[in-house]
Design a binder for this molecule. Structure first.
Ligand code: ATP
Length: 291
């Protein structure tokens, strides 16, 4: 095989509650991941060069093309375990907004692990891929599964849920870039506040009850983000008013998403928004696909 092309899909979080801080600095959480039909395209090609001579090209100006790229880290991780992997070239067409809570970097890392597994016939099982993935980032394992998935622990203990019926989704980006570590630093976990229960939204998802799901969507990280960026809270209110099922911030932000009744409602809402970008997409069941 000369090269492999993969689609790496974005995710949103339909629910995200922080259960507590761990001794290693990570947070335990309960989340519901949902894949959406917006993808980056990666082309991975083996070269005759040495593993230290990996090469990344990306059409997005702020994405690093060196060892700081998660795709590079994924390649290096497998190269240290499998010496038969030469230096590789990775070309990334970025469609997923960057540093936006949509998991773009993690999806790219998962795509590289899957791509190298195919290219070098490494015969890694889904479990092996998930184990390698969680060394790169807590949400990387999700992308091997895709669809609608309950995440516990640091987000890497995964249980698939009944797929949500296809729903139109508007992704609204205000242009604010938020660093995930910064959001967690801002987070104060008052002992008096009762945690939201992920089982409530999981049950509505299992029964395809979109109205109830929308009314119970929740993201604990909205509190610190909205305290620092009140314009995002205002944008969320606009989204809530303009869609059928509700709106929420995804992950650590700053993307906000709205679940719409149909394509025309989604398009009308997206075109009415005064923000940097508004994309219409829909839920999907794929996390990664060989193109
Ligand atoms: P997370 O919630 O996992 O921090 P995110 O979904 O909010 O991530 P990403 O698009 O993954 O955001 O980008 C987070 C940071 O990672 C950015 O600052 C970006 O420069 C860096 N990065 C490294 N590799 C990649 C990649 N392949 N694609 C996008 N960003 C990357």
């Amino acid at each position: 095989m000369d090269d492999i092309r993969l689609r790496a899909y974005a995710k949103i979080n339909l629910f995200l509650e922080i259960i507590g801080k761990r001794r290693d600095g990570y947070h335990n959480l309960e989340t519901v991941f949902q894949s959406v039909d917006l993808h980056d395209l990666l082309v991975i090609r083996p070269t005759h060069r040495r593993p230290e001579q990996n090469y990344i090209q990306c059409d997005h100006p702020t994405v690093p093309t060196d060892v700081n790229n998660l795709a590079w880290k994924a390649a290096t991780l497998l190269q240290t375990h499998y010496p038969q992997i030469n230096g590789i070239e990775i070309r990334i067409q970025k469609r997923i907004p960057v540093a936006a809570g949509l998991g773009g970097g993690s999806a790219n890392a998962a795509a590289v692990l899957l791509g190298l597994n195919h290219l070098y016939d490494l015969r890694l099982s889904d479990d092996d891929l998930r184990r390698f993935g969680s060394q790169l980032g807590a949400d990387v394992p999700f992308f091997f599964m895709g669809g609608t998935v309950l995440g516990e622990g640091i987000g890497n203990q995964l249980t698939p849920l009944n797929p949500l019926p296809e729903v139109e989704v508007v992704l609204a980006n205000s242009g604010v870039h938020i660093s995930t570590p910064w959001v967690y630093q801002q987070l104060k976990l008052p002992l008096t506040v009762k945690n939201r229960d992920v089982r409530i939204v999981s049950r509505f998802i299992e029964h395809g009850k979109l109205q109830n799901l929308g009314a119970n969507m929740f993201n604990r990280l909205e509190t610190p983000v909205f305290a620092n960026y009140p314009e995002l809270e205002r944008l969320k209110q606009v989204l809530v008013r303009g869609c059928a099922y509700g709106a929420l911030m995804s992950g650590s932000g700053a993307t906000l998403f709205a679940l719409a009744a149909d394509k025309s409602q989604a398009q009308q809402l997206a075109s009415s928004l005064q923000c940097e970008s508004a994309l219409c997409t829909r839920t999907t069941s794929a996390g990664l696909e060989v193109a």
